[in-house]
Design a protein around this ligand. Structure first.
Ligand code: DC
Length: 226
């Protein structure tokens, strides 16, 4: 299925805290509706890994802006995923390392870094259209509030902190999810917050399929344009 007059191009925004279930449900939706999947957390992680590689520090703004000025962001579409390339390099597993987990929220709080990623993220809608997708599903922290406030569908996922920590442990990751949420929610620029009108889903006791079903039923009920 691609976008047609009867099935117009859609943008689905999914926001929520760390390990709240965004990526797995976004992937499921991308398959059900043929949407390009854009995991913006992986973009912040890739840029953070590159900052660390270059020896930039989140507490030294000039080191961050110098690295940004020298970084070129590109996109490679793999199946239904929009993957970032940083200066021609596709990031690997290092973006899920403890070093990146510990540093990413500090870099993500820097307005200059966020604005470097803003146009890049909005540009994914054009990439989805050009790729013949029926729409875009983008997940992150500020998608429904800042990146696509006019998205056709906006969801906000929650889950108990202990369950979220456990999800990361079962993925073999060391990640202080509550600490990252605290940093992500308290920053001045584009904090993690539920935007007005976003449908809230508590995923604590739900399977990925159940969450995806709930979202899919909202999307499928969308009236066709007059
Ligand atoms: O979704 P994730 O846990 O992989 O995201 C990693 C970090 O990136 C997260 O702690 C904060 C930052 N982030 C952000 O600030 N804004 C987004 N839209 C996505 C992620």
């Amino acid at each position: 299925m691609s976008a047609t007059p009867g099935n117009p191009f859609i943008i689905v925004a999914i926001d929520g805290g760390a390990a709240s279930g965004k990526s797995s449900t976004a992937r499921a939706l991308s398959e059900r509706f043929n949407l390009l999947h854009s995991d913006t957390g992986s973009y912040y992680r890739a840029v953070t890994a590159e900052m660390l590689r270059r020896g930039a520090s989140a507490s030294d703004l000039s080191s961050v802006t110098a690295a940004l000025a020298d970084m070129k962001l590109g996109t490679r579409i793999e199946g239904r995923s929009a993957r970032i390339e940083v200066s021609g390099r596709a990031p690997g597993d290092e973006i899920r390392s403890k070093e990146v987990n510990d540093a990413v929220s500090h870099f993500a709080a820097i307005p200059e870094l966020r604005s470097a990623l803003l146009a890049y993220q909005r540009g994914q809608a054009a990439a989805a259209r050009e790729g013949g997708f029926a729409g875009l599903v983008m997940e992150g922290r500020d998608i429904g509030s800042v990146i696509f406030p006019d998205a056709d569908f906006r969801f906000f996922l929650h889950a108990d902190a202990a369950v979220r920590e456990q999800r990361r442990v079962s993925q073999g990751q060391e990640d202080k999810v509550a600490e990252r949420d605290q940093l992500d929610s308290s920053r001045k620029t584009a904090p993690l917050s539920q935007s007005q009108g976003a449908a809230s889903i508590d995923t604590t006791l739900m399977t990925v399929a159940q969450v995806a079903d709930q979202m899919a039923s909202v999307i499928s009920r969308r009236p066709a344009p007059a």
